[in-house]
Write a protein that binds this ligand. Structure first.
Ligand code: NAI
Length: 248
């Protein structure tokens, strides 16, 4: 199991890597040959997940990080000899009808999903060389939806942030893109009552939720050196649901 990373192999950081899409991404990137720093604030779950990846022979290390707290992000990145890829997958979701939505819930959503994307992305960009790649995680929800206006707003903001970062980092040859998953089978969506999960799943074009691996595959595509000419884009990975369903 690695206790440090070498200079010679690409190094990727993944936030929200204790479970779900972040964990699947950490595994995918490590299988693609990168050294991966898995970052999450859920310490116990993070260490368990990272140990499981290490047991598979993958070069993954854990760092306890709150993505909203710059000092904890800095502490984690300090141990790295270089950063080639940053994937900002940490995020939260909860629902509330618009008329009941509180400012507190709204502010917390923006804090984690937007500021918690901005801080690790900015700190990574400060350390990246030309060829660096940042992948943010938006959501199909950015297009709109009912009972989660604060989540919709946060994920639309991630798309705007991604485009703005891509423009400013273009002269430094750092690519910034976003993956916008549709409904995906993760602990986040499984925390809903079973009937609700099944009802949501039925609304998908395929009648199935995406697997975290399907999302991780697209993230890995945008994180790979071969795709570094793509920048400022948002890739919807949702089985076609974002196309709408109005045609006959
Ligand atoms: P999840 O809840 O299963 O995993 C999220 C991880 O982020 C958890 O391990 C959690 O501890 C970590 N996290 C949360 N706040 C953090 C903080 N302040 N600092 C560090 N880590 C923190 O969620 P899931 O489903 O894997 O989602 C990952 C990303 O994908 C999120 O940004 C989510 O909004 C987005 N997404 C998920 C979809 C889904 O259907 N599951 C659909 C569209 C987007």
């Amino acid at each position: 199991m690695p206790t440090s990373f070498n200079q010679l192999t690409l190094i990727a950081c993944v936030t929200g890597a204790a479970q779900g899409i972040g964990l699947a991404t950490a595994e995918r990137l490590a299988r693609d040959g990168m050294q991966v720093l898995a970052m999450d604030f859920s310490a116990e779950r993070l260490h368990k997940s990272v140990q499981a990846l290490q047991a598979k022979g993958l070069a993954v290390m854990a760092a306890e990080v709150d993505v909203c707290d710059r000092s904890s992000v800095l502490k984690a990145l300090f141990i790295l000899p270089r950063i080639d890829v940053m994937v900002c997958a940490a995020g939260i979701y909860n629902d509330a009808a618009l008329l009941d939505l509180t400012e507190e819930a709204f502010r917390r959503m923006l804090e984690v999903n937007v500021i918690g994307t901005f801080i690790p992305a900015q700190e990574a960009a400060r350390r990246m060389k030309p060829g660096g790649r940042i992948v943010t995680i938006s959501s199909r929800g950015a297009l709109g939806g009912t009972r989660f206006a604060h989540y919709v707003a946060s994920k639309a903001a991630v798309i705007g942030l991604t485009r703005a970062m891509a423009m400013e980092l273009r002269p430094l040859q750092i690519a910034v893109n976003s993956v916008a998953p549709g409904f995906t089978d993760t602990p986040m969506t499984r925390s809903a009552p079973k009937e609700m999960f099944e009802a949501w799943e039925e609304l998908e074009p395929s009648g199935k939720a995406a697997t975290p691996d399907q999302i991780a595959h697209s993230i890995a595509f945008l994180a790979s050196p071969e795709t570094s000419f793509i920048t400022g884009q948002t890739l919807f990975v949702d089985g076609g649901k974002s196309l709408g369903g109005l045609s006959i």
